[in-house]
Write a protein that binds this ligand. Sequence first.
Ligand SMILES: C[S@@+](CC[C@H](N)C(=O)[O-])C[C@H]1O[C@@H](n2cnc3c(N)ncnc32)[C@H](O)[C@@H]1O
Length: 273
Amino acid sequence: MGWGNLLQSNASSKMLMNMVLRRLGNKKKIAHKIYSLFPAHSVYIEPFFGAGGMFFNKPRAKHNILNDNDEEVHNLFWVLQRNHSELLEIAKQAVQHESLFTHWKKNKETTPVLRAMRFLYLSNYSFMGKMDTLKIGPTHSHQIMLDAIEKTSSMLEGVVFTKGCFRDMFRKINFPEHQKIVIYCDPPYLDTDNNYQAGFCKQDVIDLFDLLQQYDYPFYYSEFNHPFIVEQAKERSLDIITIGERQSLKNRSTEIVVTNHPVWSNSLFGGGV
Ligand SMILES: C[S@@+](CC[C@H](N)C(=O)[O-])C[C@H]1O[C@@H](n2cnc3c(N)ncnc32)[C@H](O)[C@@H]1O
């Protein structure tokens, strides 16, 4: 049976979701806490976008520069920006079903829209987003995906979304003068198994801190309280802010933000967006 024949159940739920891609480790639940640390800004830069748990749950800045080195993540958001209506039409037919899941697990797609749909489907409808086993969610989860496609595509209007390693992204940016810039970094946790293409090693952490300190705009770096991160923060005289306890894949850890711009200094930074 062709997957196109698997017609959508007529779900009535109109629940709107800010996030289209469901991934473990996204920052949706703590976005408000982290955002409350940011000074007023007109330029928002996020080099490790993932599912956009922060971006989609914070007020939009005037200018937004986003990045991820994962081809599938980049393609999905590229399609949402440029061709969301075609994605929506295909998504309407892509209900949760074993045969469609198996089909996409075995077969890759080549056109950007179908590739985006496959990635979304396997990520959102699999256990822990591992793209391995079909997870049947609540009956309205299909409608939630459709609503989220509409909503996130409009939130991405005018946004610059690049693909590549954070090092290249920083090299490419022509940092605008006279603008209030905030950089938010949420790389893969150090020493943690994850679903991303590549993990993050100690040298990546060092390079990222070096770059962030070189530019010296207010930055916020999310991590667990890993001893190496804490040590780096102390050596570099950066502030560590505790966000709360968080359950990772294997254990509970304390989620922190390392910053060069603690909240008390926001009044010095000046208001207005
Ligand atoms: C923890 S996730 C970001 C989650 C995101 N903050 C959210 O709330 O959904 C980290 C992301 O960084 C990307 N990534 C990993 N290594 C990278 C690198 N060297 N440069 C840029 N992006 C990278 C991964 O593909 C992944 O999507």
